[in-house]
Design a protein around this ligand. Structure first.
Ligand code: ATP
Length: 384
């Protein structure tokens, strides 16, 4: 879903905004700020001039360089963000590259940029993602990552699985100031309220929308919330959208990067892992590609004990297996409800209502197996 999942993200913005306002840590003052903005509607050549001016304003050592020392190219041009690569030939002959991310119009209404920037600050200090180099009126500048984006099939290669698991463990250990309340059910219920009160101008969409059994969905959400509540699952700062498009690999240095923290929040550990496993289905949503128990155990070993993966106890593996596969169901409900709202709000031409049914049907297909897995786990050791 990567690119299609970007426009209408957190419905909890207002709620979180209130929390953020109570939290006194903002972006580090040592990070350069510029009041300039770059109009994304400009023609590319005009945009290039503005971006060069912006970079000169942000970075003192580039201020005196001639415009001919800069080159600007597009890295990715989603509707949400426009990502540019800016390279500058510095006075000492060094060629330095950065990325300039221009937020798409109106995304400030749907993405909590303050929360994202704050998370980036702490995550990049912990070595995750691109380094935050500058902030301006409608975007940010980050270090350029010399790496390729992973494909869904890369993501399940045992060596990479071990590395992803190990990094995810470290990611989950990062401390971000502010509320540590897990967002999963807060988000899901907000999505539900919005999603169940929509009206579509498009008659065909309206007819499809009217076939959604919201009371049934509400019961499923409530039932799953109750079940996951029995798990006592750890709460961590979670990425929440760990799909292959958000993983980059530098093959030469064997270095893996997590990127794109737009959905990052405090959340249940099992949700982040289960959501990641759901992404094995790839862009075609082929859920037969969901990892087997052995594949999951390989991940868990490296997540739980990266230094001694083969010393993880069977009991710990089983517990994390139950936790992950219960929250995996929540990931289906989360993105299913999110998709209904996207169907109404997003300008991206994608069959979001179809995506709702895909995720909701997969939830229903897996529900019984996962519920009985959790219930037999609660009823005694060794029963899984
Ligand atoms: N710092 C970076 N350095 C190099 N390439 C990057 C960097 N950040 C992102 N990219 C590349 O750009 C792609 C899009 O990045 P990202 O998902 O962060 O942007 P986005 O605007 O949220 O994307 P979209 O809305 O198109 O999904 C990534 O898959 C990656 O290939």
């Amino acid at each position: 879903m990567g690119g299609t999942r970007k426009i209408w993200t957190a419905m909890d913005i207002e709620a979180n905004q209130a929390k953020q306002n109570n939290c006194n840590s903002t972006v580090d003052d040592s990070i350069p700020h510029s009041a300039l903005s770059v109009d994304t509607a400009l023609s590319f050549p005009l945009m290039v001039s503005c971006v060069i001016e912006l970079c000169k304003d942000l970075f003192g050592k580039w201020a005196k360089l001639d415009d001919s020392c800069f080159s600007v190219e597009t890295v990715s041009g989603g509707i949400t963000n426009l990502l540019l690569k800016v390279s500058a030939k510095e006075e000492n002959g060094d060629n330095v590259s950065v990325t300039v991310r221009l937020y798409g119009p109106n995304t400030e209404y749907v993405i909590n940029r303050e929360r994202e920037l704050q998370a980036i600050k702490y995550l990049s200090a912990a070595g995750f993602g691109a380094k935050l180099l500058g902030v301006f009126a409608n975007g940010m500048v980050q270090s350029f990552i010399n790496a390729r984006t992973l494909t869904p099939s890369d993501m399940r290669k045992p060596k990479l699985v071990a590395e992803i698991a190990k990094q995810l463990r470290r990611f989950h250990q990062v401390e971000i100031p502010g509320s540590k309340e897990p967002q999963l059910w807060v988000d899901i219920f907000k999505f539900f309220e919005k999603a169940s009160a929509l009206q579509f101008e498009d008659i065909d969409k309206q007819l499809i929308y009217e076939t959604i059994l919201f009371e049934e969905v509400r019961k499923e959400v409530t039932q799953l919330k109750e079940l996951t509540g029995l798990l006592n699952a750890p709460v961590v700062f979670a990425h929440n959208d760990l799909l292959s498009g958000n993983l980059m690999l530098n093959d030469e240095h064997d270095k893996l990067y997590f990127i794109d923290f737009e959905y990052g929040s405090y959340n249940y550990r099992g949700f982040d892992i289960g959501n990641h496993f759901n992404e094995y289905a790839g862009y075609d949503c082929d859920y037969s590609l969901y990892p087997s128990k052995d594949e999951q155990y390989h991940f868990f070993r490296h997540y739980l004990q990266p230094e001694k993966p083969y010393e993880v106890s069977e009991k710990d593996l089983e517990s994390l297996y139950v936790e992950t596969n219960t929250f995996m169901l929540a990931s289906h409900l989360y993105w299913a409800l999110w998709a209904i709202i996207q169907a109404r709000m997003s300008p991206i031409d994608f069959d979001y209502l179809g995506y709702f049914f895909l995720r909701y049907n997969e939830y229903k297909r897996r529900k019984e197996m996962c519920f009985s897995l959790a219930q037999s786990h609660f009823s005694g050791p060794g029963t899984v």
